[in-house]
Each structure stands twice: as C-alpha cells, then as structure tokens.
Design a protein around this ligand. Structure first.
Ligand SMILES: Cc1cc2nc3c(=O)[nH]c(=O)nc-3n(C[C@H](O)[C@H](O)[C@H](O)COP(=O)(O)O)c2cc1C
Length: 388
C-alpha cells in the first residue's frame, strides 16, 4: 500500500544540495535513484516514474482492461508513481476518440479499479488531467493521426486561445470567450474531484506539448488582446487560475504536479526564461513539482533530440525557481537516471518509451545499483531461488 500520512510538510527524504533554494529541503548527500521521496503526505518508494502515455484505446473515455494491465504491470515492475495518460476533462478536450476521459461520473469506477491495483503493488497512482485545445479531434496515430474534420469522420469542433490552427489545413479553433474560460476552469475542478474520488494520490495538470493551457502560454498560439493574452502575466493567467483552483480542491496532504514545455524551440515562442518565472508562480500557489518536457506548439520547431536533452531545463527550473522538478526525455539507462538524481538535476525521472520496451525497468535499476530487487511477492521467492 502507498504510505499516506496526514502530516502535510513537503520534504524530501534525501533532498540534494542542488535544490538549496527550497526552504523545505534537507540535505542528504546520499540521495540516489532508489531513495524514497515524500511530498506532502505521500511517500514514493524511489524516484522512478512511469510518464503519462496516451494509449488511444478508450471507448467514450472509459478506461478498460487494457489500461488496467498496461498500467498495473508497470506498478508490479517497481516504479514509484504510475501516471495515467492525458485524461480529458471534457469530451471536446480529447486528442482522439480513443483518449481516456474523466468528464462524467460513470468514468470514475474503471479508473478507481486501476488506482486500487496500482496502490496494491506499492506504487502511487497519479493521473494527468488534460485538454487538447486546438490539437484535438485527430485520428489515432497508428492510422496517421490526421485531423478528423467532420462529424461524419468522428471529429468535433476544437477550441483555443485564438482562431489560429496548429498547421495550415488543420481545423481553425474557436477562440474561447470569457464565459468559455470560466467553463473550462470549472471543468478542470470537476475532473480533479472525480480523480480524487477514483483514489488518485497525485494529480498532474497537462500544460505542455501544445495543448490548451500551453496554447495560452505561448505567443505563437495566443494572440489575444484581453487579460488572457499579450503580456507574460496575461498569458500565464489561465494556467495559474487552474492551478489555484485545483490546489484549493485537492486535500492538503496530496501533491499537485504541472507538466510544462520549457521551450517551444522557436524564436519568439515560449522559452526557458518564461518557464522559470511561471514555475516560481506555480510554487507560490502550492504546486509541488514541475514535470519538465518541451515543444509541441508549432510544427516548425527545431528540436535537438539527444540523450537527456531536456534535463538541463529541469535543472535550471529546480535551481532558479526553487521547486522540485521531474526530468523526462530520452532517459533510458539506469546509470544516467541515477546521475540525474545524485547530481541534483531533478527530484524524479519520468520514463515513457523505455517502459514500453521494459515494464520491469525499475527492478532492473535496483539490480544495477546493487540493491536486492523488490519483486512482487508472488514472483520474488521463485525468481531468487532459480538464480541460486
Ligand atoms: C505513446 C506515447 C504517448 C504519450 N502520451 C503522453 C501523454 O498522455 N501526456 C504527456 O504529457 N506526454 C505524453 N507522451 C510523452 C511522454 O510522456 C514523454 O514525455 C516522451 O515520450 C519523452 O520521454 P521518453 O524519451 O522516455 O519516451 C507520450 C509519449 C508516447 C511515446
């Protein structure tokens, strides 16, 4: 079972000296990939997170047996936090018809079944809440991922900060008016309440990859002239309001994460300097960790994809905003992941595709780092015996 104590102080069991700006940090020089971490009242058994990954396999937003096995097997494989894929707060906020959803009460129980199982395996169940904005209404990626432009094709109208499509030929989003913005904030709150009812212990706001909240942050997609566009303060307003509302909704002892794209990788777009300002503001609102990804607002981005290429952003945000970060992106090797933690570049590592290749990666990490692997009870006694 996940440890949830009701004493709220947010501290690291072994915070590295690299995060000296955080008043909650204690310095334990021996912190590594396998060190537990306590945020608010939730203890994570190590620093290894299964990153959110859309599986495009839900029907009408409902989680099913595929999701239980997919997510449950990574919990059995030793990760500390299983983050359920981008889960749409409204039906319109889905990327594809197969996206997971949490816009109605009936969707709670299949998600609760997943949360219960994940927790029974010693991992913390988390869920990423999302709205795809102008990048919604697409076919599943394995069929090409094209826009579904008409209802006959199974598509729906999309919304965004401004009436600017992602790419030429893509559907033009309807720019949200003030009433639409209030509705969206209410939908985030309602979705968070359902997630809590389902038993999730971590909620992550998806504000990355060119989806709705990131669209408001970036001047590329946001050309509004009201209080939600123009200045940095105005472009941050929607995300800050959502974070504030969710922090007020989520119990004090449960952590709130935000995933951002640290940069659009394009001149004149969202960048790391703005991300640092934003992260300071999110910290002040009670956000516990920034999960630092990048890109997604424009097809013109020139991304220098390489091993750990986004890690320096996690490190800068951690050091300059004084908030815990998660590093993600082409982290596949145990020793690399361990180094990210031991050198204080991030508090957690989020792995995505490597968990599709190797669901038991976290158990492998234990062996590589010289620790007895914490196999599930039903496997451990026989696996160990065969080795002798
Ligand atoms: C199949 C797939 C689905 C993804 N779905 C999501 C998602 O739902 N939410 C999200 O924030 N990122 C999503 N991502 C991005 C991953 O979380 C991760 O940031 C990215 O794959 C880089 O990490 P990796 O190199 O370990 O794969 C997805 C990635 C993949 C491969």
């Amino acid at each position: 079972m996940t440890t949830v104590n009701l004493n709220p102080p947010s501290h690291d069991v072994g915070a590295h000296a690299g995060c000296a700006t955080s008043s909650h940090d204690r310095e334990f020089p021996d912190v590594d990939l396998l060190s537990p971490l306590t945020l608010r009242g939730v203890t994570f058994r190590n620093r290894i997170v299964m990153a959110p990954m859309c599986m495009y396999s839900a029907t009408d937003g409902f989680a099913n047996d595929f999701h239980l096995v997919h997510l449950g097997s990574r919990a059995m494989g030793g990760v500390s936090l299983v983050m359920v894929e981008a889960t749409a707060i409204t039906a319109q906020g889905r990327i594809s018809p197969g996206d997971m959803g949490i816009w109605k009460d009936e969707q709670i129980e299949p998600l609760a079944r997943i949360a219960r199982f994940v927790e029974s395996q010693g991992a913390v169940p988390g869920i990423q809440l999302a709205h795809a904005g102008r990048k919604g209404s697409c076919a599943e990626p394995w069929t090409g991922g094209d826009s579904l432009k008409t209802a006959q094709e199974g598509g729906w109208p999309v919304i965004g900060p401004s009436a600017i499509p992602f790419e030429e030929g893509d559907p033009v989003p309807t720019a949200l008016d003030e009433a639409g913005i209030e509705e969206i904030i209410n939908a985030w709150e309602a979705a968070a309440k359902r997630a809590l009812q389902a038993g999730f212990k971590v909620i992550e706001i998806h504000s990355a990859h060119g989806y709705l909240l990131h669209e408001f942050l970036s001047p590329i997609s946001n050309q509004r002239t009201d209080q939600y566009g123009g200045s940095l303060e105005n472009r941050m307003r929607l995300l800050l309001r959502v974070a504030e509302r969710l922090r007020a909704t989520i119990p004090e002892q449960l952590p709130l994460f935000v995933r951002i794209s640290a940069t659009d990788w394009v001149e004149g777009g969202w960048d790391i300097e703005q991300s640092i300002v934003l992260s300071r503001r999110l910290k002040a609102l009670g956000v516990d960790l920034i999960d630092v990804s990048s890109a997604g607002t424009t097809p013109d981005a020139k991304i220098p994809v390489a091993k750990g290429y986004q890690v320096p952003f996690a490190q800068r945000i951690r050091e300059e905003a004084g908030i815990r970060t998660g590093a993600v992106g082409l982290i596949t090797e145990v020793l690399h992941a361990d180094e990210i933690i031991t050198t204080g570049q991030a508090s957690m590592v989020f792995l995505a595709r490597e968990f599709l290749r190797e669901p038991y990666w976290a158990l492998k990490a234990e062996a590589v780092l010289g620790q007895e692997a914490t196999w599930p009870l039903q496997y451990g006694y026989v696996v160990q015996r065969r080795r002798k």
